[in-house]
Design a protein around this ligand. Structure first.
Ligand code: ZN
Ligand code: ZN
Length: 272
């Protein structure tokens, strides 16, 4: 599997020289195997992926962890979705709050946005996945796991070609690492994990306490990886206030605990 980070930021996109090395776009991770494409989340990073693919027929599955705005705002700007010959499947876990298609249409409706979801002619199907069963998308075997986050979120283990990636964004452990997530991550080649806060931020020693806001400390991302015997962990969903220098400090601290830790950066590609 080839992994490429198109958006690594959490909560809201940022721009400016202070963020240039890490990247300012919100969450989007591309996974390619055997010419098939799975896209995890459609934050503003999805726009750059669309630009790279161009106005051309593209076959892909876009799988959403949840529908907070930093995970869907790139959808109206994903150029291949406008191509009538594209074959795009949009998928997420079924929620009582409504279907995936309606949720995506909400942000493409007056007065928020001038172009409606129906203009995305390459978006062939919208799938509300029932429950936490294992699902197959082309060569990708996907195992979902519900996590703790306001309005719900799902972590995914993605397996293809004998390799395993776990995508666990927007998750709060709340004190002790979630044993179910450790089990999901067991032996994975790469864990992409929420690392929004430092321990000082989470506990309220630096600004307001962030407990209950739905996110992890980077130390928890590392701990899940170590306890699951994952090969590597990408610190992901960087706080919008975290500039490049601060990301580098966290990355160095994380590496002292676990040599396989690194900060996810926009444009970074990882071969599993
Ligand atoms: Zn988020
Ligand atoms: Zn969220």
């Amino acid at each position: 599997m080839e992994i490429r980070f198109w958006g690594v930021r959490g909560s809201i996109a940022v721009s400016g020289a202070r963020y240039a090395r890490t990247g300012g776009n919100t969450t989007c991770v591309e996974v390619v195997h055997d010419g098939e494409r799975l896209i995890l989340d459609g934050g503003t990073g999805l726009r750059g992926l669309g630009e790279a693919l161009g106005f051309a027929p593209v076959r892909a599955t876009l799988l959403f962890s949840h529908l907070h705005w930093d995970h869907i705002q790139g959808v109206p700007f994903f150029t291949p979705a406008f191509h009538p010959d594209s074959d795009l499947t949009f998928a997420g876990i079924a929620r009582e709050t409504g279907c995936l298609r309606d949720a995506l249409a909400l942000q493409m409706r007056p007065p928020q946005f001038p172009v409606g979801l129906e203009m995305l002619r390459g978006a062939r199907r919208f799938v509300d996945l029932p429950g936490m069963d294992v699902h197959e998308f082309g060569p990708f075997r996907v195992t979902p796991l519900e996590q703790h986050h306001p309005d719900g979120v799902v972590a995914y283990r993605v397996e293809a070609g004998g390799r395993a990636l776990v995508f666990a964004t927007d998750t709060e452990h709340g004190g002790a690492p979630d044993g179910r997530l450790i089990a999901l991550t067991e032996g994975a080649d790469l864990l992409v994990h929420d690392a929004q806060y430092t321990p000082d931020e989470y506990e309220g020693r630096a600004g307001p306490p962030r407990r209950g806001w739905g996110h992890s400390m980077w130390t928890e991302a590392v701990e899940v990886a170590v306890r699951a015997a994952a090969s590597r962990v990408a610190l992901f969903h960087h706080d919008p206030a975290r500039d490049d220098d601060a990301v580098a400090v966290i990355e160095a601290d994380a590496r002292r605990r676990f040599a396989g830790a690194f900060a996810a950066r926009e444009g970074l590609a990882v071969a599993l």
